[in-house]
Write a protein that binds this ligand. Structure first.
Ligand SMILES: O=C(O)CCC(=O)C(=O)O
Length: 284
């Protein structure tokens, strides 16, 4: 790997180390990098919130709490958009770090920035991302619980992907999933990156429930037999001390933190997710 400058060198080495972390148990073909963007996460969050978000663009749905969305197509170099204009530095930097580290196998073709500005109710409708080889979800600003429902891809859908992946996004909305319990959840810390591919993209729908808070059950409480509903497939990869501190800051008073030993309630704050998709190609 070519080293461009000392800052990129240290960022890359840092991510390489973290990419060795295990995949998520309970969600096939998914992996979670807890703190790859933690060291400069506040700055990335600030830069991302200053991007231009078209007022009417509320992403997949326009329900209350849906994020404002800024979309970028990405040229093969990873620094220009599809029209040959420079990408905002925050986007180009995140692409470079994820690709240099090997977390993403290739430069994404699309990047979407979701800005959640309504902490009392924000949400993302359950959906499948569509025709992607890999998806990375970079979280900035605050925590969130991303929920997953198993909806296996049918043979017809696989055929449709083979025939139409060059011309359509393949994104599909599954809001009916909100009426049934989730099959898995992943806790997204600020500064983390969640990587999805194969089964976790094809056979699972993901989304954020509309809520003003998320609940996390620490692994020790699960081991003690906690019946809490806030279990997360990546719980063993979450930095508990930092999460506790954020919960204490986000809650208006300590009583809002319900029984730390059993579960942690974290009030939602404004959040940004930067979602990067690499191109799906038909296997030989
Ligand atoms: O904000 C998130 O964590 C999820 C975003 C997402 O799933 C998407 O934009 O496709």
């Amino acid at each position: 790997m070519e080293i461009q400058d000392s800052q990129s060198q240290s960022g890359t080495v840092e991510i390489r180390r973290k990419c060795e972390r295990p995949h998520i148990d309970g969600l096939p073909s998914a992996s979670y990098l807890s703190d790859v963007f933690a060291s400069d996460g506040d700055s990335l969050f600030r830069q991302a919130t200053q991007l231009y978000f078209p007022r009417r663009n509320r992403g997949i749905t326009r329900v209350a709490g849906a994020p404002h969305v800024a979309l970028f197509s990405v040229a093969a170099c990873g620094t220009l958009d599809g029209d040959g204009e420079p990408l905002p530095p925050v986007i180009a930097g995140i692409i470079r770090r994820l690709v240099d580290s090997g977390a993403l196998r290739k430069v994404p073709t699309q990047v979407s920035v979701n800005h959640y500005t309504e902490p009392s109710c924000y949400c993302m409708v359950p959906h499948k991302d569509g025709y992607a080889d890999q998806t990375a979800v970079v979280s900035l600003g605050s925590d969130a619980s991303l929920e997953f429902w198993r909806v296996p891809m049918t043979a017809e859908e696989r055929l449709a992907r083979e025939m139409m992946h060059e011309s359509t996004s393949g994104t599909s909305v599954h809001d009916d999933c909100l009426r049934r319990p989730r099959d898995a959840a992943v806790w997204l810390e600020p500064g983390s990156a969640l990587l999805l591919e194969r089964e976790s993209l094809d056979d699972y729908v993901h989304g954020l429930q509309s809520s003003d808070r998320d609940v996390f059950v620490p692994p020790e409480a699960v081991a003690r037999g906690s019946t809490g509903t806030g279990r997360h497939a990546n719980a063993n990869l979450v930095r508990l001390d930092a999460l506790w501190q954020r919960a204490a800051v986000a809650g208006p008073r300590p009583a809002e933190i319900v029984g730390f030993d059993e579960q942690i309630e974290v009030r939602r704050l404004p959040r940004v997710s930067i979602v990067l998709w690499t191109k799906w190609v038909k296997a030989d």
